[in-house]
Design a protein around this ligand. Structure first.
Ligand code: NAD
Length: 514
């Protein structure tokens, strides 16, 4: 049964009594080791952007639920078992979570597809396995990565211990719900913190299913809490709470600024993984076919709703015309359709409301003098869905709004360049600094350019290679702090130095100062 469009039914309470719920799944909160219905009894609707239909009811946490989660996480850290366990024991729990993701891969991939509009090919082959791999990577890390003894010239034993920070609030966006959850939960839990994960109301059904699965594991009480909420109040309350020690936030730069000021209360530790406007630099000496494929992926995977989207394409003037003609032809050939078909290459955006925002940027680009090379319109597919054509602009100046602001949709701005200096200047001329791509067969040149770019990740002759072993994060207004790798793990720790004097005879110099 397909139901009429009721986009997130904020504040109206549960629709459960008003509609036939036979095909609608319901997801509850995960607090203090148990699945709980929301204390206020409200649920909000999750809408499938391929069809504009409600497919799930998600618990709508209010302040009472937030306080319950905060108390659980606080006592779980101050008096609970989780921080007392060895890193190896905690790692075993992470491996069990990975196992649950793998065992329930199809259902999770289907839900991720229904809630985000990401193609089923993407959720099946990227989202679910990547999330499982992240839990496996951190689950298998040896405890020696956390603590170390360093060599010093003084006659002392100098031990560095990385201890958990305490109660961590992790807030995620809607574009990669499962992967973003894994990136935060795996290192934060491994380090011995207790965690409250707050999902985005736009897309979170897969994460709430993950919560339901994790509830079977018997994690120590308070170790992990996962809450969903229809508004921003729950996130605000969590970030400002005096019971919290650290906030790990991923979302837009604008919200990041608000979170930073909220987290200032109580001087909380903070990491911010924010937006981007990543340059994709194509040199004339590249492998053109590979570069075209890479550029298409960089802007049209997940319909461009990626923080690292290569949304500014800089093409060397010698191949400019040939390159943009081929790219535009390939973009216009992408098969647009419902995300749940394996035939579909390009699904809907996350919601009609988000599509409206993207359409306003497209209008603004035309008003400012950029020219549509292709796309820019709503395709004739399903009027209830949130579809939009893959869109490419030429005649773009880097100062234009479409070249400066993160559109977070399938909109590519192409600009020509004639020298390395010009390419680097345009690439760095943005408030963001998340990622960049370079396409060239001259690896010496590509590496030289990589070092001139002010951003946290540079991909040479590829796109989107996120490695569990390597840190990922931004420069400038793309945020600070790193996820993944040892550096990502250490973000969730605080460092203690324990010094034991080893002076022969037992009396250190300071003991005879006076
Ligand atoms: P958003 O900033 O609107 O929301 C992100 C999360 O913050 C949501 O869970 C939201 O409910 C919550 N939130 C909103 N206001 C809050 C407040 N005042 N206090 C606490 N929490 C609050 O972002 P979005 O639209 O969900 O996601 C898209 C953005 O995320 C893009 O800018 C994208 O670039 C960014 N992103 C960044 C990365 C990265 O690793 N750098 C990864 C994915 C997405």
């Amino acid at each position: 049964m397909r139901l009429a469009v009721v986009f997130f039914n904020y504040g109206q309470g549960s629709l459960l009594n008003k509609m036939n719920t036979s095909t609608i799944q319901q997801f509850n909160l995960f607090i203090d080791g148990k699945l709980n219905p929301p204390l206020g009894g409200k649920y909000f609707d999750a809408v499938n952007p391929s069809y504009g239909e409600v497919f799930a009811h998600i618990a709508d946490a209010d302040s009472m639920d937030v306080q319950k989660a905060l108390c659980a996480a606080r006592s779980g850290f101050d008096a609970g078992l989780w921080p007392q366990m060895s890193i190896g024991e905690r790692g075993q729990f992470l491996l069990k979570i990975a196992g649950l993701l793998r065992d329930n891969a199809k259902e999770l991939a289907d839900l991720e597809c229904s809630s985000t509009g990401k193609t089923i090919k993407h959720t099946t082959f990227i989202d679910v396995p990547t999330a499982a791999e992240t839990f496996e990577y951190f689950g298998n890390l040896p405890g020696s990565l956390i603590n170390e003894t360093i060599k010093v010239s003084s006659p002392v034993l100098s031990m560095i211990e990385h201890e958990p920070v305490g109660v961590v609030v992790a807030i995620i966006p809607w574009n990669y719900p499962l992967i973003m959850s894994a990136w935060k939960l795996a290192p934060a839990l491994l380090a011995g913190n207790t965690v409250i994960l707050k999902t985005s109301p736009v897309a979170c059904a897969s994460v709430m299913l993950m919560a339901k699965l994790i509830a079977q594991l018997g994690l120590p009480n308070g170790a992990l809490n996962i809450i969903s909420s229809s508004g921003i109040e729950a996130g605000r309350e969590l970030v400002s709470s005096s019971l919290v020690d650290m906030v790990s936030f991923t979302g837009s730069s604008r919200t990041g600024e608000a979170v930073m000021s909220q987290a200032a209360k109580g001087v909380k530790k903070l990491t911010l993984e924010l937006g981007g406007k990543s340059p994709n630099i194509v040199f004339a000496d590249c492998d053109i076919e590979a570069a075209i494929g890479g550029c298409l992926s960089a802007i049209f995977m997940n319909q461009g709703q990626m923080c690292t989207a290569g949304s500014r394409l800089l093409v060397e003037d010698k191949i400019y015309q040939e390159f943009i003609e081929q790219l535009s032809a390939r973009a216009q050939n992408l098969k647009i359709g419902p995300a749940d078909s394996f035939e579909t290459e390009f699904g809907p955006l996350a919601s009609q409301a988000h599509r409206d925002t993207v359409l306003k940027f497209i209008e603004n680009g035309q008003t400012q003098g950029a020219k549509l090379l292709c796309g820019g319109h709503i395709p004739d597919i399903n009027t209830k869905g949130a579809y939009l054509e893959p869109t490419i602009f030429v005649n773009v100046q880097n100062h234009m709004t479409i070249a400066q602001e993160e559109i977070f949709g399938p909109v590519l701005c192409i600009m020509p360049f004639s020298s390395i200096e010009e390419a680097v200047h345009i690439a760095n001329d943005t408030k963001y600094g998340l990622a960049a791509m370079i396409w060239s067969k001259d690896l010496e040149k590509a590496n030289k350019v990589a070092r001139l770019l002010r951003c946290g990740t540079v991909w040479i002759n590829t796109y989107g290679a996120f490695l569990n072993e390597a840190p990922f994060g931004g420069y400038k207004q793309s945020g600070f702090g790193r996820e993944l790798g040892r550096q990502g793990l250490l973000e969730y720790t605080q460092t203690k130095h324990i010094v034991t004097d080893q002076t022969p005879g037992g009396k250190s110099l300071v003991t005879s100062w006076f």
